[in-house]
Write a protein that binds this ligand. Sequence first.
Ligand code: ADP
Length: 499
Amino acid sequence: MSKIVMALDQGTTSSRTILFRDSGEIVARVGAPLECRYPQSGWVEQHPEEIWSSQQQTITEALAKAGRTMADVAAVGITNQRESTIAWNHETGEALGPAINWQCRRTTDFCEELKQEGFDRVLRCKTGLVTDPYFSGTKMHWILQNTPEARKLADSGKLCFGTVDSWLVWKLTGGRVHAIDISNASRTLVFNIDTCTWDDEILARFGIPRETLPEVKPSSGVIAEVDSRLFGGSAPIAGIAGDQQAALFGQACFQPGMCKNTYGTGCFLMLNTGSERINSEHGLLTTIGWQLGDTVTYALEGAVFIAGALIQWLRDGLELFEDAAQTEAMATTIPDSGGVYIVPAFVGLGAPHWDPYARGTIVGLTRDTNRNHLVRAALEAIAFQSTEVLRSMTSDTGHLSTLRVDGGAATNNFLCQFQADLLGLPVTRPQVIETTALGAAFLAGLATGVWRDQDQIQSLWQEDRTFTPKLERSTADPRLAEWSRAVERAKGWIPSTSV
Ligand code: ADP
């Protein structure tokens, strides 16, 4: 029997386990839903024990489905929702309260305080991130301030902080190992991405004792063995990366200049910048992609807030069609969008505009606009927004060689073709679209000899289709200019007092 590698993909809305053959093929895939709770406006929480039990359930079911046991698994890889923060008691293993989800805005006031002091500049310089409630550090600060038991345990050296990867490693090892991988550490706002260590100046400002933090590990390498009592056998936990970084690895974007874009609810773009840390002039984040051996690979990251969500809105809000898959045929029944542009600034605009006061806008309507035009303009908007982030990446680095795409909306051929047309670069979609899980599997299998090296992994990555640019620049550039005019109309729509 060929070796199998297990990827645990712990996301915001589900926990999944996927088993891969050493050929990269999927043997079994099982998912379990996971709930978020919203106890107050802007607060988002999850239950740490539910995160674990849902993951545990999918591990058991995936092994059963494949007719294998944990002892048959050559390596376990973990990829996870990033930034979400959990605190637990080192002695009992019990979580102290909820997991504070990455979406939770409860630390907005503390972030404002840091900005007023000018500490945001220290954070940007040392961590590559912006001062925002999104990241873990201010959530840890909140837990210490608001959970008396956490404070007490911290004072007696018995508090553990962790991100979701740390929590899963803790659970999988029966409470023996408190670790985090470097890509997850780089999302905490307390990790120095130049020295690759927890930063004492930041920890002091946040009041976080260093000993509460996990040990930082490379993304590929054996960290520990799965406790044999859990699944009737043991296997090495050998690779970890945050979800976006894992997708970049799963897309085999190993060279500087290679970029991936995940077209889901929003778009997540990540560009490999190699061993060089690049600071963005456009508000993009600088982050760690992964560490293999002693070599750290850096990345630039940008997000588009509303992408596939715009398609959902056309489906559920305007009821223009029943299934997102219909949009490709609708968009191609007409030669163009008839001059219609939709700027889906439902929650403001992210990089490179950073305008929280922008709101959604449809411009260019005429008497003969029909729903196909709206659908086409919506798909185009996803590509326009991604192009703006990609152009920012190019002007920060001077280098974008390849774009590889994944995520639910990347199945849309019209969207991929239009993306290639706007960028003037080929866009490639892989056969295995589960790039996040595949990345975690690659990292783990690489550490245990399932795969020899990155060259071998590169050869496992198989393309489904490449979209080559068909539009002349003399047509594409004016379209980009028109898009910019539409964006100007969406900007600053609501009064600044209302955000
Ligand atoms: P997420 O992981 O963010 O929930 P997925 O990667 O599962 O998202 O992608 C789902 C999103 O992609 C939805 O917002 C949906 O509207 C959109 N989508 C799915 N299929 C298509 C399609 N064929 N064309 C355009 N958009 C699509």
